[in-house]
Design a binder for this molecule. Structure first.
Ligand code: FAD
Ligand code: NAD
Length: 471
């Protein structure tokens, strides 16, 4: 970058939103020599650190550990008490640094990035307004995240329902909790609050975790029910009201009625693109990005992470951020941009190699395409399944281990395009599958990837057996 190019702008890059994704865009561009500012209206670290991944996993972990010990004879007998909910809430709070972002703000400064506090808005090409200050930059990246959607159910908004923020930052465990939404957040938080002692009812309009393989929802629903959660498939709330006594009542389409101290709405999220001035810069909110996260029709505006709606996951957003941060820096200093598939500056994996984990018990770990998605994409596939409980490593891991694994194989290329594991502690199995999918490792080579004995990973051998060895 020449001094004259830099000179007419306050910054090379302004990132709007300092969640995990915005921090990474800023960091990767700054490391390549760009002068970067990042704007944040709430807490540096964003949703994941304070109201999503970290606190929700902290709320879940103690219950998982307790159940894991109960499943092993010898350890089971040593457990004499139940869960200590206040200790779990305190541990959760420590993971959010008590909702104090000074540590993350210090990191921003140490990375040589200017932090601007306030709500940002685009007021022209490369012009960002925060309060009464307007800064200019050669490129702008929006990493503004996503916001929850609220279904249009009469009375719902007035009943002050919990969203995922209120649930993950709760300072007490309600005696009864009704959850609307059978997606990832609904399932995880139903597990968490049930483990903490709440009587939980989960209303799943279209079943649980419907975007995954069909056996996933069945196994998770069975486990939730065993945990004491009342899982209602196909239940649709028609009216909600919170009485003067604070109790929320929920009327259901089938004429039923539920009461609870709290109602959690977890019915999905949409990109946070409102009030950013996108219309004023001629883009609008219905925008598309290429694989470097550059907005179509522009050469200066990028949208990264939840805000672009490609994959609402921290790890995938950070992956996009690494690609985009380096692509922005390369374009600014006139270096070549490696934008061919799987190049340094593109997020190719977004299209068919996204790893996902649901931290329920059993865990759900999946990568790539489900069998149905692969067929919809026009692939000729063959899928194989195996009962994880029959693997020696699993039976040692927990008495009565139940779980299921599935591989989806592209018959033409003889490579794995999707893998799903359901079972206790399967999350750590996922990266092997991700490598197989991203690396397009041929099935005949996978036979040479030997899982250690006796580990749960030996399920790979059984899956390969079920598929048959290509001759
Ligand atoms: C309950 C829950 C649990 C989850 N658990 C996991 C998990 O275990 N693993 C996982 O991978 N993903 C998980 N996710 C998803 C994950 O939280 C998101 O994918 C991730 O936070 C997206 O990061 P981001 O940086 O794109 O957005 P965010 O983290 O939302 O950050 C956006 C930031 O932009 C700021 N901002 C917005 N507009 C402006 C503006 N105009 N001016 C200035 N600042 C602005 C916001 O204040 C915010 O800090 C979970 C989500 C939820 C709801
Ligand atoms: N472990 C993780 O990685 C993790 C955990 C939580 C959330 N997340 C991310 O956050 C995103 C948002 O999570 P989420 O669970 O809110 O969304 P989701 O899209 O995963 O699930 C929303 C659920 O709500 C249901 N629903 C929608 N409208 C409804 C209505 N009117 N009435 C009843 N049910 C309705 C849907 O059928 C779906 O089952 C997810 O896409 C996921 O990527 C990730």
């Amino acid at each position: 970058m020449t001094t004259s190019e830099r000179g007419s702008h306050d910054y090379d890059l302004i990132v709007i939103g300092a969640g995990a994704v915005g921090e990474n865009v800023a960091d990767y561009a700054a490391r390549r020599g760009a002068r970067v500012a990042i704007v944040e209206s709430e807490l540096v670290g964003g949703e994941c650190s304070y109201w999503a991944c970290m606190p929700s996993k902290a709320l879940l972990r103690s219950g998982h550990a307790l159940r894991a010990a109960r499943r092993v004879a010898g350890a089971h007998e040593a457990i004499s008490g139940g869960i200590d909910a206040s200790a779990v809430l305190a541990r959760r709070t420590s993971f959010t640094s008590d909702w104090d972002d000074s540590g993350q703000a210090e990191w921003v400064a140490s990375a040589g990035i200017d932090l601007i506090r306030g709500r940002a808005r685009l007021v022209g090409r490369g012009l960002v307004q925060v309060g009464d200050r307007t800064c200019s930059a050669r490129a702008v990246a929006l990493a503004t995240g996503s916001v929850p959607t609220l279904p249009d159910i009469p009375g719902l908004a007035d009943a002050a329902p919990w969203g995922t923020r209120e649930a993950t930052s709760a300072d007490h465990v309600p005696a009864r909790l009704v959850v609307i939404g059978g997606g990832v957040s609904g399932v995880e938080l139903a597990f968490a609050f049930s483990s903490l002692g709440a009587r939980v009812t989960l209303l799943a309009r279209g079943g649980l975790l419907r975007r995954e393989e069909p056996f996933v929802g069945d196994l998770v629903a069975a486990a939730l029910r065993e945990e004491g959660v009342d899982v209602r498939d196909g239940a649709t709330p028609t009216r909600v009201e919170r009485g003067d006594d604070g109790i929320v009542s929920i009327e259901l389409e089938d004429g039923g009625r539920l009461e609870a101290e709290e109602l959690l709405v977890a019915t999905g999220r949409r990109p946070a693109l409102d009030d950013l001035g996108l219309e004023d810069v001629g883009v609008g909110t219905d925008l598309g990005v290429d694989d470097t996260m550059l907005v179509a029709g522009t050469d200066w505006l990028y949208v990264v992470g939840d805000a672009n709606g490609r994959a609402l996951l921290t790890h995938q957003g950070k992956y996009q951020a690494r690609a985009a941060g380096e692509a922005i820096a390369a374009r600014l200093d006139g270096s070549p941009v490696a934008d061919a598939p799987w190049g340094q500056h593109v997020a190719t994996a977004d299209h068919g190699a996204v790893p996902r984990v649901v931290f329920s018990d059993p865990e759900v770990a999946a990568v790539g395409l489900t069998e149905a998605q692969a067929r919809e994409a026009g692939m000729e596939v063959r899928a194989v399944e195996h009962d994880i409980g029959k693997v020696a490593g699993a039976s040692l891991h927990a008495d009565g281990y139940t779980g299921r694994a599935k591989l989806v194989v592209d018959e033409q290329r003889q490579v794995v395009v999707g893998a799903t594991f359901v079972g206790q502690d399967v999350a750590e199995l996922l990266h092997a599958a991700t490598i197989a999918v991203v690396g397009e490792v041929p099935i005949d080579r996978l036979w040479h990837a030997v899982p250690a004995y006796p580990t749960i990973s030996e399920v790979w051998l059984r899956l390969l057996d079920a598929y048959g060895r290509p001759s």
